[in-house]
Design a protein around this ligand. Structure first.
Ligand code: NDP
Length: 249
């Protein structure tokens, strides 16, 4: 299956930590050349250094995914370099809180990064894929794309949106030979809870995350799911994958 990906190119957003970083390692091991994005350039440079040993080409595109113009510029540079075969649309943030606490800036940030950022990345590569009649877009939504959690109303709203956008795009992209996958992780041990600004909720989420080793996935578990979806032969469309830790209800 990995021959499927050898020498092809993937753009991973949110590659500076967690799921994105693990995915960079997994796809490099499969022989993919990589374009890596996130805001923290130093993190990307350290990752690129670690990936050097695999012999794949790594290009760094530090960007805030919620910056429409900057994302369009990344898209232009990617197109000028021949486009990408795979987009792993992974950057996301989770500053959750009860709606009553009225953290309007944080709601907007989640909408800007988790929805608009995902759309900007799709926009940056989709037309090139459609022209070449070949490509794969993997969006990372969440178990929160199917259900909701207390205090996570806006976050779940953004992830429901990502799932809906993924499925609509999948139907549209069929005629262009472009595949679309929505990956829905349950709890994964990453830095994501650090984005929670509401202190009580952040502490509760973190305490819960590490309380039971069977209650949390590792970033590599999701990277493997991404690899599985990406490495299927072209006639196979893995439309959605929901991956929960073993003890999550
Ligand atoms: P991390 O916090 O470890 O990683 C998030 C990544 O997104 C980082 O690389 C961060 O890089 C990047 N990012 C955040 N905001 C922006 C921005 N404005 N512009 C560019 N990049 C940004 O969390 P995860 O690995 O867990 O998260 C990855 C995805 O998985 C997210 O979409 C998340 O919602 C989803 N997910 C996570 C789950 C979990 O339990 N961890 C469960 C279900 C889904 P930087 O800060 O350098 O910009």
């Amino acid at each position: 299956q990995s021959e499927q990906l050898q020498g092809k190119k993937a753009w991973i957003t949110g590659a500076s930590s967690g799921i994105g970083k693990a995915t960079a390692h997994r796809l490099a091991a499969a022989g993919m050349n990589l374009v890596l994005s996130a805001r923290r350039l130093e993190r990307l440079e350290t990752l690129a250094q670690a990936l050097k040993a695999t012999g794949v080409e790594v290009t760094l595109e530090p960007v805030d995914v919620s910056d429409r113009a900057a994302m369009a510029a990344v898209g232009e540079r990617i197109a000028a370099a021949g486009g990408v075969d795979l987009l792993v649309n992974n950057a996301g943030t989770m500053p959750i809180s009860p709606i009553l606490s009225g953290r309007v800036d944080e709601w907007e940030q989640m909408i800007d990064v988790n929805i608009k950022g995902v759309l900007y990345a799709i926009h940056a590569v989709y037309s090139g894929m459609a022209e070449r009649k070949q490509g794969h877009i993997i969006n990372i939504s969440s178990v929160a794309a199917r259900t909701t959690f207390q205090s996570a109303g806006v976050y779940a709203g953004t992830k429901h949106a990502v799932r809906a956008i993924s499925d609509t795009l999948r139907k549209e992209a069929i005629r262009y030979g472009v595949r679309v996958t929505d990956i829905q992780p349950g709890s994964v041990a990453t830095e994501l809870p650090d984005s929670i600004q509401h202190e009580k909720i952040r502490n509760a989420v973190k305490a819960n995350l590490y309380a039971d080793p069977k209650g949390v996935l590792q970033p590599e578990d999701i990277a493997e799911a991404i690899y599985y979806a990406a490495s299927q032969p072209e006639h196979v469309d893995v439309s959605e994958l929901l991956i929960r830790p073993q003890s999550m209800e």
